[in-house]
Design a binder for this molecule. Sequence first.
Ligand code: F6P
Length: 546
Amino acid sequence: MSNKVRKAGFEALKKHKKRLAGTSMRELFTHDEDRFSSYSASFGDILLDYSKNRIDSQSMAALFDLARETDVEARRHQMWAGDPINITENRSVLHMALRYGGDEAVMVEGADVMPAVRDVLARIKGFSNDVRDGAVRGALGDQFTDVVNIGIGGSDLGPAMVTLALEPYTRANLRAHYVSNVDGAHMHDTLKGLDPARTLFIVASKTFTTDETMTNAHTARKWLADALGEQAVNDHFAAVSTNIEGCQAFSIREDRIFGFWDWVGGRYSVWSAIGLPVAIAVGYDNFEAFLRGAYEMDQHFLTAPLEENLPVIMGLLGVWYRNAWGFATHAVLPYDQRLSRFPAYLQQQDMESNGKSMTLNGKAVPWETGPVIWGEPGTNGQHAFYQLIHQGTSVIPCDFLVAANPQEDLPPHHAKLVANCLAQSEALMLGKTEDEVINELKGTGLSKDQIKALTPHKVFPGNRPSNTIMYSRLDPATLGKLVALYEHKVFVQGTIWNVNSYDQWGVELGKQLAKALLPKVEGAETAESHDSSTRGLLDHFRALKG
Ligand code: F6P
């Protein structure tokens, strides 16, 4: 579809924005008793309440039109058919194959990828069971108690987020740790207190060339060899990568190398062997349930009509706020402590995917693309940054996530958590009017003048949009559904914005410059060729360095 169609679609959205700008959500709720049922949708146990958005039936119709005109329906099938929709790398985008539970072939370049997918899953099952049962042990015969995953970006954020989310399914005597940062403090602090004889390392890197990961892997290897001898390394390392030769060059033994494929993007790889530490930590059956949940969400995304399709609705609302209202950020606020790393995970999933400014044709994108994604769990965020969401000058659309059932029996915690979650979206929508503030202050003994002075500070503008995503319990299948929901949301937005959501060239320049700067930081080369700021910082660094 041409840019012309998109521009016309965004213009239509702006007209609806203009029409709706003078009507508050408070009014929309007052005039429509059924607003909740009109603007909520569900799949399985997941409910999406999107009624607290600045929308009406006409603006939603315009959004669904835009999705149809930009071929969202056809493109989702192209992705599933294995078309190389990652055009700058000429790759298919088939993370859905990794969790596919059906019997059909899934084709990439004329070959069915499912036998290889199932083979790796069977190997993950075997190895994770063996580690958990103690059939696979360290070089001295000890059972593993600690698994250290060494990876960064998609080779870290996904499994780290999932392991934390599924903590109730982990065992106290088998801990998973995640080391990502090249800052030696990360490795140092993780290894502190670990017993080398009981520690298993997994080097996770799609490319097996990422500098942070290789540096950390070498440090871990030295730590292990210093403690147990070089011959022990073999028994304490596994690797996950598409670069099998790279793993072999690191001397990882053949039966400990778990492959995946270039049609899996790093930020979409938690479903692949990158999930190995998750399978070890929570058990293969739970890992499989996580995949099954995602598969179910895939089927929903591929088949449900747009108007009932959760990822489509969420994607469209994001487009609405980005392109018609100009809102630049989007907050993800899980009222679920175990989803603490979900916003960070989504930052990569969303911002590395849609943080683009070229169309698929290589022309500058003439509209806004991906927003800044950020967030922290509630209720903590309420006591930190919610002030700005309620009364700041920027409007920040929010996603609230909350489970109906906690994993632990600790009343009254969960009831309080849910009450806070519902209160926040209600407060954001309703706000507090001047009259309400004055009435409230009247009984407090303040003078008229004091009330007059205080009132403007206590008024909440309200009309601040949010979605609430409610699910039964944060179990493996539901988590799989939630992650896939956001993946497909990103796809919908990338399709509408006409960008390639599956490359990430923007991270390369910094990598190149870091390589060039290393000898200057180490003092092996002079820094004349650099700008005066970089030179000045290097000089200062040398002066401060002990
Ligand atoms: O530099 C960005 C990136 O390529 C991400 O896309 C990726 O998830 C991460 O680095 C790690 O890459 P790898 O798994 O190849 O080590």
